[in-house]
Structures are given as structure tokens and as C-alpha cells.
Design a protein around this ligand. Structure first.
Ligand SMILES: O=C(O)CCC(=O)C(=O)O
Length: 261
């Protein structure tokens, strides 16, 4: 469980390192599962994730993105139900129920792993509302400044949907120092192997490239609270799995409930 101070820090900054979650043996299981799912990606006789691709399509600087590895791997599925994560997620969101929106591996290989540009999550998720979700990001390596840790802008989750501006920052290291009267600080967020880090869906964030000799493997689990509903006007890779009507609470086989008060 998080302390009151940690919850307050999350509300102030829009992100928080939640500390140790998995031990080395548990991380090893996930690493092996990741390798297995990648190795089996062309087989039609084993369960597959929703998506497995190089995020930007640039072979010289790959960021391997896997969406819903939980549908292909029992240990990753178990991770979504982790008692520490769901209890802390309930503390951070005030939720009475938590469902899975989707999960997302971002794997930056050693030496050539690419950049994940500055963004906010919620505007990239136009089929769900409201824009108040929180993600749990679990490191499968020591992730630091050398191998492409995330960077966050404290307080930016309170500035609304600013994706049009955030996306204009093409050079990852060239975030302006101010935006519409807010001063902008960029905070690097190292996360140790097996730790969990939380961020709000409107927090400005991204991650630089990996030029180190070490891989950078991590999974973000994007949770929804009980009120999250489907907005059919948008588009998203998960849309084909939605079987509720426009405006209805988003639930179903691909969006399992993982916790209830
Ligand atoms: O893993 C990363 O570097 C970025 C992940 C991300 O953007 C997210 O979890 O919302």
C-alpha cells in the first residue's frame, strides 16, 4: 500500500515510483515469456498478443511494442492482478472497480533502441472516456538514464489535453521551459528491475533511446476505473474487440475486471 504522502505526491506530480513489486525470479519468468512470445509470433497454434510491431517502423532504432501480451502469456496475465498494483491503483484513482484497458510492452534493444516521443496517453486513446486513467509501468531491467528511462513533466496532468503541442516537441531533449504560463521541468524517472512506476493518462511523458549495452524491457498495464465508457467516434487498435454500444461502460472478454472493492 502507498502512504498518504505518496498518494499526495502522485496527485501533485502525475507520476510516482511505487517501489519493489517483483523479485529477480519473478522478473526472470516474465523475461522468458517475452522471449517466447516474440519467438512464436508467426505461429497460429499458440495464443497471440493483439499487436507485435516495431513502434516507429525504423529498423535502425527499434522500439518493440507488444499490445496485450496478457492474452498470450499466463504469467503476464497474473501480473495484471498483482495485489500490490491493484490496491495501489485503487488508492491513486479512488476506484471501486478496476478493469484492463490494455497492456503494452516497450522493449528497446541494447545499443540501438529508439526513442518514444513526448506524448500524453489519454488523447491517444480516443475510444475511452474520461481521460483520467492511470497506468502501472513495471521494469524488467534496471531502467535508467543510460538505457532509456521514461521522462515526465511534473504537474502536466493538470493542464488538460495538450497533445497538439506536446507532439510538436520532436527533439526529445528540447522540451521548452514554459507552456501557456506553466513552467516546464523534465524529470528523468529511473525504475529498478522489478519495481512499479505509476503515471496519470494526461501526464506528459516519453523515453529517450538506448545506446547502452543493456536491453530495456518494461510493460505498462493501462487500467480503467468503473466509470470508463466507450466512445465509438474514435479509433484505436483495441476497437475491434469492443462489443458494447457507444456510451456504454467498456467491459467484456478483452477488458477483464481485475479488482472490485
Ligand atoms: O515505456 C516507455 O518508454 C513509454 C511507455 C508509455 O508511454 C506509457 O506507458 O504510457
Amino acid at each position: 500500500m502507498l502512504t498518504e504522502e505518496q498518494v499526495a505526491e502522485f496527485h501533485e506530480n502525475g507520476f510516482l515510483n511505487g517501489g519493489p513489486l517483483l523479485d529477480a525470479a519473478q522478473v526472470e519468468v516474465l523475461r522468458e515469456e517475452l522471449q517466447r512470445v516474440i519467438a512464436n509470433k508467426d505461429r497460429d497454434d499458440v495464443p497471440q498478443p493483439v499487436l507485435l510491431r516495431n513502434l516507429h517502423g525504423d529498423d535502425s532504432a527499434p522500439v518493440w511494442q507488444i499490445v496485450n501480451i496478457w492474452e498470450a502469456s499466463t504469467p503476464f496475465k497474473a501480473l495484471m492482478y498483482s495485489q500490490k498494483i491493484v490496491e495501489e491503483m485503487a488508492q491513486l484513482t479512488g476506484a471501486a472497480e478496476l478493469r484492463i484497458w490494455h497492456d503494452q510492452i516497450q522493449y528497446k534493444p541494447a545499443e540501438i533502441g529508439g526513442t518514444t516521443g513526448w506524448h500524453q496517453d489519454a488523447p491517444l486513446w480516443p475510444i475511452i472516456r474520461p481521460m483520467t486513467e492511470v497506468s502501472a509501468w513495471v521494469a524488467m531491467d534496471d531502467v535508467d538514464v543510460e538505457n532509456g528511462c521514461m521522462s515526465m513533466v511534473p504537474g502536466s496532468h493538470k493542464w488538460g489535453n495538450q497533445i497538439a503541442f506536446v507532439r510538436t516537441v520532436q527533439n526529445f531533449d528540447a522540451m521548452p521551459s514554459a507552456f501557456e504560463g506553466h513552467s516546464i521541468e523534465v524529470v528523468r524517472c529511473p525504475v529498478k528491475k522489478g519495481e512499479v512506476h505509476y503515471h496519470h493518462a494526461l501526464t506528459w511523458h516519453g523515453s529517450h533511446d538506448n545506446h547502452s549495452k543493456r536491453p530495456r524491457r518494461a510493460i505498462a498495464i493501462h487500467y480503467m476505473t468503473q466509470d470508463t465508457y466507450y466512445d465509438a467516434s474514435g479509433n484505436h487498435v483495441m476497437k475491434e474487440f469492443v462489443d458494447v454500444k457507444d456510451g456504454e461502460i467498456l467491459r467484456g472478454k478483452h477488458f477483464p475486471t481485475v479488482w472490485k472493492k
